[in-house]
Design a binder for this molecule. Structure first.
Ligand code: AMP
Length: 369
C-alpha cells in the first residue's frame, strides 16, 4: 500500500516509520524543504492548496491521510473525489473551528465547558455576563498549544483579552477548574470496528504538552468507558476511519470535552513502546482497511516531550529504560523536537520513578541555560 500524508512534521515521520514493517510506503506533502518526515520517506514540496502537487500525490497514493488538522478542507475534498481520503474531510471541517467543534460535540450529547460565540464587542460583554469569570477567550481557528487564547479573571483581563484577540471570530468558554487533563485515543476501521486505548493523563506547561502518563492513574474504569463511548459516538457520526484523539477536563466525576484532533496525537506517543500496537500503526491499519491491532497497554508508561532543543542523546540513554525519539528538527523555542518514553511494570513503580525521570528530562527553555 502507498499512503499520501498531508503534512510532514513529526507525526507524519512516525507514521511513515510505522509503515515500513508492514510494507507500507509513505509520501508526505509539505511546503517546508526541511520537513522532518522527509528524512524518512518521499516528499512532495508544495503548498496544501497547489492542485498540481495534490494531483501528483494522488498518482503515488492508494490512500491519502493527514497529520495535522489545518489542511484546507477544499484540498481534502478535491482529493477525496480522486482517491480514498481518511479520515473524512468533514472531520477536518468540524475540528478546524472551535465553535463548530464544541457545537458538534454538544449536539451529540457529549458534555463540554459552557461556551458562546463572540464576534463583536457587545457579544463579548454579553457572553462574559452569561458565562461569568474566570473564562477563556479563544480564537475559533488556527489556535494550538495554547496560542490565540487568554484567561480572563478580572475586568482588566477582559479588556486586555479583547485588545489582543478582538476583531476575529472568537469563542468564550467557562474556565474549568479541572482536577486533571485526560485524553482518549480511539481508532475506527474501514469496516466500522472501533478500538480505544486507555485514558491518558496529560500535564501541560506554557500551553504545550509536557508529560503524559498512561494509563491515567487512579482512573475509575467507568470514566474510561464513558470517554470511549463518547468517542464512539463521534466516530460513528462522522463515519470516521483512522485515529481520533479527544482531550478532556476531569472535574470530580465530570468529564468535559475540550477538543478533538482527527489525527494521531502527541498524547498517544507512549503507544510506540507502551501498547501492543502503536497509534501510528493502528492509524495506517485503519486507513488501509487492515484489521486493527490491540490497544492493550504493556505496563505503565510516562512520555516526556523534549521542547526547544534536543537533550544530549548519551545523557538520555544513560537511563537504560529510556526510549528516545529525536525528530531531526532544528532547535527553536517552544518547538517539539523529540520525546522520551519510559515504561514501568506497574503503577507503583512508575510513580516511584517519576520524580527522578521528571528531573532528568526537564530542560530549561532555549536561551535560559
Ligand atoms: P487548547 O488549545 O484549547 O487545548 O488549550 C490549551 C490548554 O489551555 C489546555 O490544555 C488547558 O490546560 C487550558 N485550557 C483551555 N481551555 C480551558 C478551559 N475552558 N478551562 C480551563 N483551562 C483551559
Amino acid at each position: 500500500m502507498r499512503i499520501g500524508i498531508l503534512g510532514g512534521g513529526q507525526l507524519g515521520r512516525m507514521m511513515a516509520l510505522a509503515g515500513y514493517p508492514l510494507g507500507i510506503r509513505c509520501t508526505v506533502l509539505d511546503p517546508v524543504a526541511e520537513s522532518c518526515a522527509a528524512q524518512v520517506c518521499s516528499h512532495i514540496r508544495s503548498e496544501f492548496d497547489d492542485f498540481q502537487a495534490l494531483y501528483q500525490l494522488t498518482q503515488v497514493s492508494d490512500v491519502v491521510t493527514y497529520e495535522f488538522e489545518n489542511v484546507p478542507v477544499e484540498s481534502a475534498q478535491w482529493l477525496a473525489e480522486r482517491v480514498a481520503v481518511f479520515p473524512p474531510p468533514r472531520a477536518l471541517e468540524v475540528s478546524q473551528d472551535r465553535l463548530t467543534e464544541k457545537t458538534f460535540l454538544r449536539d451529540l450529547g457529549i458534555p463540554t465547558p459552557l461556551f458562546a460565540a463572540v464576534e463583536e464587542q457587545y457579544q463579548f460583554e454579553n457572553a462574559l455576563r452569561e458565562i461569568g469569570r474566570p473564562a477563556v477567550l479563544k480564537t475559533r481557528r488556527f489556535g494550538y498549544d495554547g496560542k490565540g487564547q487568554a484567561v480572563i479573571r478580572t475586568e482588566a483581563d477582559a479588556s486586555r483579552a479583547w485588545e489582543k484577540l478582538g476583531g476575529r471570530p472568537l469563542i468564550l468558554e467557562e474556565f474549568v477548574p479541572f482536577d486533571r487533563e485526560l485524553s482518549l485515543i480511539a481508532v475506527r476501521g474501514r469496516d466500522g470496528q472501533v478500538v480505544a486505548y486507555p485514558l491518558v493523563e496529560n500535564e501541560h506547561r506554557d500551553g504545550i504538552l509536557h508529560r503524559s502518563i498512561a494509563p491515567a492513574g487512579d482512573t475509575a474504569e467507568e470514566l474510561g468507558e464513558r470517554a470511549a463511548e463518547y468517542a464512539a459516538r463521534v466516530l460513528g457520526e462522522l463515519d470516521y476511519v483512522g485515529v481520533l484523539a479527544i482531550e478532556w477536563f476531569q472535574e470530580g466525576s465530570r468529564l468535559l470535552a475540550n477538543e478533538m484532533a482527527p489525527r494521531v496525537h502527541n498524547s498517544g506517543h507512549w503507544t510506540l513502546e507502551g501498547a501492543h500496537t502503536s497509534q501510528f500503526e493502528n492509524h495506517l491499519r485503519a486507513v488501509c482497511g487492515l484489521p486493527l491491532g490491540s490497544c492493550e497497554p504493556v505496563g505503565w508508561s510516562a512520555m516526556f516531550n523534549v521542547i526547544g532543543n534536543m537533550l544530549p542523546v548519551a545523557e538520555v540513554l544513560r537511563n537504560p529504560h529510556a526510549h528516545l525519539h529525536n525528530y531531526g528538527k532544528t532547535p527553536r523555542p517552544g518547538r517539539k523536537v523529540g520525546h522520551i518514553t519510559l515504561r514501568a511494570s506497574d503503577a507503583e513503580e512508575l510513580y516511584e520513578k517519576l520524580p527522578e525521570w521528571s528531573l532528568a528530562f526537564h530542560r530549561p527553555p532555549l536561551g535560559e541555560e
